[in-house]
Design a protein around this ligand. Structure first.
Ligand SMILES: Cc1cc2nc3c(=O)[nH]c(=O)nc-3n(C[C@H](O)[C@H](O)[C@H](O)COP(=O)(O)O)c2cc1C
Length: 498
């Protein structure tokens, strides 16, 4: 299985959807919460300090500050604003409630798990932990020094984000691996931006030997390590060098028993195939290669300065929701708002694979003041728009997104075009992951920018791939559509609770 075989075989078309209708087996739905049972569980204090820096400033690279004086408060703050439960929905027909989190997830199935290693953090034992969002607690899987070979520098906190592909495959079958990668991109940015909002730096490592990391972290075999995120910076409360950790040196392992997520796991050989194709083995592992720069260009429409917003990171991160639909009608956004939204997509990503960007944005402008309706290509370097189509795009945008009306009712919808060929030329099939991580990362920034501006947003993983390419007039070498997105005025969602 190569990336191309996987990608081609998981494209949606009217025919592919008709051919393979799928009925969800609700009785076998995977548990969205993983627990490693039988290990010590450490409390993360309730009501950690709120990151007060305005969200748009954080998205533009500004750092906040954390008043947390000890490890547990610091970790609580970090996770409360990146991965915790933040709301609930109630199904009107059954009365069943389900949880929503700070990080979004396709189908709310949450394939991404957050593990973290700590060393030298004040009043917090060194060790390996798994975050338990259902209780906002840390499961201590090992106490003492656990060393990841690649993250062997001095970072006091190192996250390992993993994917449980079965959670997504239960609903999306073979296409699910794409969504797992997007989800990791969202989770990474949720974490990196929360870290920045509390004054920390982060650096993501996508290039690591997979089996080695899984072995060091003793992951259950349904969890695949996808991204390592190192955190550093002064706000992390660290112990004085002379204060010894009681169990310094080798680790004491508690491990824990991973809970069973479903009655029956169903095998998806294509997902195993693409995961295998994008893995790095210990022997093949080398440093990451440089990448050719993306194509450059310009457009006739210069974007005005961005509008500002004072909404704090703490408020926006926890209020962020996916809109079920948008209001449509006549209410528009301003060009300065669109400018603010686009500006956040082009900030550097702090990652070993972040040297050159792989995603190009196309916009379906439905209702933006001062912008003729049509399709535009966004050129980030001069911050200009190039119009590629004229006329009303609402039916097309919805139709291309698998007839989801929200893409037509939004003020603006997006196609993210990934230059997978260029990524793979530099990184081999591993590059397939990086393109999707970047798309998820951009999506997460779009969610937060929209929320900061009082708008709503929704990530859209379902689209007719080849129809999008035809509609946008893309030559094969220009890339593949990897993610859709919509931003506008959200319709009220009666299922949403606090
Ligand atoms: C990668 C990805 C793909 C998604 N695709 C769709 C989609 O095609 N249609 C849709 O209505 N929502 C989509 N969503 C939104 C999710 O359904 C939503 O994130 C989830 O229900 C959790 O709700 P929340 O974002 O409010 O926390 C997607 C989200 C992500 C992260």
């Amino acid at each position: 299985m190569t990336w191309r075989e996987y990608h081609e075989s998981t494209k949606h078309s009217v025919e592919s959807l008709r051919r393979a209708a799928h009925v969800l087996d609700w009785a076998n739905m995977p548990d969205p919460f993983r627990h490693y049972e039988g290990v010590p569980v450490l409390d993360l204090p309730a009501d950690p300090p709120i990151p007060e820096t305005p969200t748009l400033e954080v998205l533009h690279g500004a750092s906040g500050a954390s008043p947390a004086g000890d490890g547990s408060t610091f970790l609580s703050q970090l996770l409360f604003y990146s991965a915790a439960i933040s709301a609930a929905k109630r199904v009107p027909s059954t009365g069943d409630r389900y949880a929503l989190r700070v990080n979004p997830s396709s189908g709310n199935l949450h394939p991404t798990e957050f593990h973290f290693l700590t060393r030298g953090v004040k009043d917090w034992p060194d060790g390996l932990y798994h975050y338990r969002p259902s209780a906002h607690m840390a499961e201590q899987r090992a106490q003492g020094g656990v060393e990841l070979r690649l993250a062997g520098n001095s970072a006091p906190i190192v996250f390992v984000l993993t994917s449980i592909a079965w959670r997504e495959a239960w609903k999306y079958r073979d296409r699910a691996y794409r969504y797992c990668l997007h989800d990791v991109g969202h989770a990474w940015q949720a974490l990196a931006l929360a870290a920045r909002a509390i004054g920390c730096d982060s650096f993501a490592i996508g290039h690591f030997p997979d089996d080695e990391v899984a072995r060091v972290c003793r992951l259950h075999d349904d969890e695949w390590p996808m991204l390592i995120v190192e955190l550093g910076g002064r706000p992390i409360p660290v112990r004085e060098p002379h204060v010894c950790e009681p169990r310094a040196g080798g680790a004491v392992w508690y491990g824990g028993h991973a809970n069973l997520l479903s009655r029956e796991g169903i095998a998806y050989p294509r997902i195993d195939g693409i995961h295998g194709a994008t893995k790095l083995s210990d022997s093949a592992f080398r440093g990451i290669s440089p990448v050719e720069p993306p194509p450059s260009g310009s457009g006739k429409i210069k974007l005005p300065p961005s509008t500002s917003s004072g909404r704090t990171f703490g408020e926006v991160a926890r209020m962020r929701r996916s809109a079920l639909d948008f209001l449509g009608g006549v209410q528009s956004i301003s060009l300065a708002q669109l400018s603010a939204i686009l500006a956040v997509t082009n900030r550097p990503v702090c990652a070993d694979f972040g040297g050159a960007r792989f995603i190009q944005l196309y916009l379906y402008a439905h209702r933006v003041d001062g912008l003729e309706i049509g399709v535009y290509r966004f050129w980030p370097e001069p911050s200009e728009l190039e119009q590629t189509r004229c006329g009303d795009q609402r039916v097309a945008a919805a139709g291309l997104s698998l007839a989801q009306e929200l893409a037509g009712n939004a003020c603006v919808a997006f196609s993210m075009i990934g230059d997978i060929e260029r990524a793979v030329r530099a990184h081999g099939d591993r590059g397939y992951r990086y393109v999707h991580f970047e798309a998820g990362a951009i999506g997460h920034r779009l969610y937060l920018a929209a929320e900061a501006l009082g708008l709503g947003a929704t990530g859209i993983g379902a689209f007719y791939d080849e129809e999008v390419h035809r509609y946008l007039n893309l030559a094969p070498e220009q890339g593949q559509v990897v993610y859709h997105f919509a931003i506008g005025y959200p319709a009220a969602d009666p299922r949403l609770e606090a």
